[in-house]
Ligand binder design. Structure first.
Ligand code: NAD
Length: 358
């Protein structure tokens, strides 16, 4: 084991372990266990002898109507209230497992082995599920934290450059949101792609310890934890305008650039705040460089169209847009912008500027 620590939550503490051979250890438990596994990873977990529900990791498969067949499979495999679920996969498998574990017979214990870097550095803690309904992404969900999180570094080996970059974007976002010290420690790790297991382990630990503070301070997303939406409101516009052709973490990277542009043009970023925010932007641009091809579908999409997608984000209210922007040195702030023509023009311009920089 390389590291382990606990996360406190309203439903009890749960442990995060980072190391090798952790999925193998999970099958040695005496309780009745049913695995939910990303189909692509089956060759890597052939040693599992418990029943397996296979999931193809697509957005269609985390739609609300696709939950019923997963729940039926649990019943066919004999799941009772004592059964524990073990989920092995990225964010799609996590969302499905969180949701079905929370509702099956009013709730089962579950364990999560994240297999994408994005899952390892970010989504594995916090206990949220996000499920799609019709054309609306992540419209419904709930909180049901796992009993433990097992981060098996062997899964890092098979991740490609785009998946690794996506994970690093979420990692740098969390560390920057936590403050200057954490951001400085993150940069000292020199995060870059390719990424070996040793460096991945250090980045994962740094990132999760930073996120732990947000979750323990504001588990249910009312105040401090909202800062982790940095880059997301702008990023979601890129994802939905390209029908999810732009991967989530890459969209968050461009979203952070757009938030910076908006803050600077709107006079929200003080001169004193530019050094660290500038270092963040430089790092994000350096990460995006080698995976620029993932943004090619944006060439056919205008900044005005991106703004139309931005408008429908679920974080806005009827009267105001809500965005997270860099303000003072190393600090983020959640601001409300009245829905009017001036705001529309400023946000459209920020999209145009950030995209022209890439
Ligand atoms: N609930 C939350 O807190 C939360 C947070 C962030 C994102 N999400 C959701 O997670 C989803 C995105 O998740 P994601 O990017 O982790 O991945 P994913 O589950 O969509 O997987 C991305 C791709 O990577 C493959 N893959 C997974 N592990 C691999 C490995 N070790 N080697 C090679 N390929 C591997 C998958 O088969 C898939 O093709 C989105 O639906 C997003 O909304 C949820």
């Amino acid at each position: 084991m390389r590291a382990s620590f606990d996360i406190q939550s309203a439903s009890g503490a749960y442990r995060v372990a980072i190391g090798e051979d952790l999925v193998r250890a999970a099958i040695a438990a005496p309780t009745h266990r049913i695995f939910i596994v990303d189909r692509r990873l089956l060759p890597q977990v052939q040693f599992i002898t418990d029943p397996i529900i296979e999931i193809e990791a697509s957005e269609e498969n985390k739609a609300l109507e696709r939950m019923a067949p997963v729940i039926e499979q649990l019943k066919r495999f004999g799941a009772t209230r004592e059964t524990e679920i073990v989920a092995v996969g990225g964010g799609i498998v996590q969302d499905i497992a969180t949701f079905v574990a929370s509702v099956y017979m009013r709730g089962l214990r579950w364990h999560y082995c994240p297999t994408t870097l994005l899952g390892m550095v970010d989504s594995c803690i916090g206990g949220k599920s996000s499920i799609n309904v019709g054309m609306y992404k992540n419209l419904v969900g709930n909180f049901h934290p796992p009993a433990q999180i097992l981060i098996d570094l062997a899964f890092v080996d098979s991740l490609d450059a785009v998946q690794l970059t996506s994970g690093l974007m979420e990692s740098v976002k969390i560390c920057y949101a936590r403050g200057a010290e954490e951001f400085g420690t993150y940069l000292k790790l020199a995060p870059a792609v390719p990424l070996g297991r040793d460096k991945a382990a250090r980045i994962i630990e740094q990132s999760l310890r930073a996120k732990k503070w947000f979750i323990e301070t504001d588990e249910f997303d009312q105040a401090e934890r909202l800062l982790l939406n940095f880059g997301h409101t702008f990023g979601h516009a890129l994802e939905s305008a390209t029908h999810f052709d732009v991967p989530h973490g890459i969209a968050v990277g461009v979203g952070m650039l757009t938030a910076y542009r908006f803050a600077e043009d709107a006079g929200r970023l003080s001169e004193h705040g530019k050094a660290l925010a500038g270092a963040l932007m430089e790092h994000v641009r350096a990460l995006l460089g080698p995976v620029r091809h993932t943004l090619s579908s944006l060439e056919r999409i205008s900044p005005q169209s991106l703004f139309e997608h931005f408008k429908s984000d679920k974080k806005h209210s009827q009267t105001h847009y809500r965005v997270i922007v860099p303000v003072r040195d190393g600090e983020l702030e959640r601001i409300s912008l009245e829905r009017n023509d001036a705001t529309s023009a400023a946000i459209t311009e920020a999209f145009a500027c950030s995209l022209s920089e890439l």
